[in-house]
Design a protein around this ligand. Structure first.
Ligand code: HXC
Length: 260
């Protein structure tokens, strides 16, 4: 598919890379961009050659938020009738792991987009924030829930109520991101692609099951989550990948997963 607001590539076997590409607007997440992102994610999700997906922006901006110029004149009747931004949650229905490689600004919807990914890596220059309060609105791409789960109520309240930016180092210390990587241009993307390549080398059924189970920790009670975990674990004994993985261990060789 031909896209105009994003770039797509396959930098390594099994790895898809999606680059947000509206440089003049610091990758503001317009509706056309979000539609293309959704479509690209769905295409890679159903592509058997792909095992993991990296989403990145530019050195200056991962994404500076939803497109303010597109939003500014909208009326209540418009946004409610078209369930505006409803397609933002498409990303959470992708089965394959998604890694966000964040450099520069990840503000508003940009920060929320990163939080919908499964792993976030950031360069030391990354700047996160939920500045919606400055615009007379609240975050609506998930931050009131996901940021609060990730960093705790007091910090989430401070960030959302003041609108202040926070650094990659703070994000790491608070547990929002998995780590700060590198100090040069492109390093964070390279590292994200490496992680994606590692994941793409595993059995896809186990990887997707692991993703589903970890995500359930945000939605289910402990007892329900543990039950789901145990049942999905049992189900993996119906796969060839489980037989292959355990045979390879006992035969002291590397497993070759067939995703069956
Ligand atoms: C539309 C944007 C934009 C945005 C930047 N631009 N952010 N356009 N929507 N969110 C545009 C600017 O208008 C400008 O275009 C160009 O990008 C460069 O931006 P500058 O402001 O000149 O750059 P700089 O001085 O370096 O400042 C960078 C910045 C600032 C700190 C990131 O641009 C900024 O504060 N942006 C808005 C961040 C924000 O409020 N995000 C939350 C949006 S609400 P022109 O053509 O004028 O030169 C949101 C709701 C999510 O995300 C809920 C839905 C899920």
């Amino acid at each position: 598919t031909q896209f105009t607001n994003i770039l797509t590539s396959r930098p390594e076997p099994g790895v898809a890379l999606i680059t947000l590409n509206r440089p003049k607007a610091l990758n503001a997440l317009s509706s056309p961009l979000m539609n293309e992102l959704s479509q690209a994610l769905k295409e890679f999700d159903s592509d058997p050659q792909i095992g993991a997906i990296v989403v990145t922006g530019s050195e200056k901006a991962f994404a500076a938020g939803a497109d303010i110029k597109e939003m500014k004149d909208k009326q209540f009747a418009d946004v409610i009738k078209e369930n505006w931004l409803g397609n933002w949650s498409d990303m959470t229905r992708i089965q394959k792991p998604i890694i966000a490689a964040v450099s520069g600004f990840a503000l508003g919807g940009g920060c929320e987009l990163a939080m919908m990914c499964d792993i976030i890596l950031a360069s030391p220059t990354a700047k996160f924030g939920q500045p919606e309060i400055e615009l007379g609105i609240i975050p609506a791409g998930g931050a009131t829930q996901r940021l609060t789960h990730a960093i705790g109520k007091s910090r989430a309240m401070e960030i959302i109520l003041t609108g202040r930016h926070f650094s990659a180092q703070e994000a790491e210390k608070w547990g929002l991101i998995s780590r700060v990587v590198g100090d040069g241009e492109g390093v964070v993307v390279k590292e994200a692609v490496e992680i994606a390549k590692t994941i793409a080398g595993k059995g896809q059924i186990a990887v997707q099951t692991a993703k589903e189970t970890v995500n359930a920790a945000y939605e289910l009670s402990l007892a329900e989550g543990l039950r789901l975990e145990r049942r999905l674990f049992h189900g993996l004994f119906a796969t060839q990948d489980q037989k292959e993985g355990m045979a390879a261990f006992t035969e002291k060789r590397k497993a070759v997963f067939t995703h069956l």
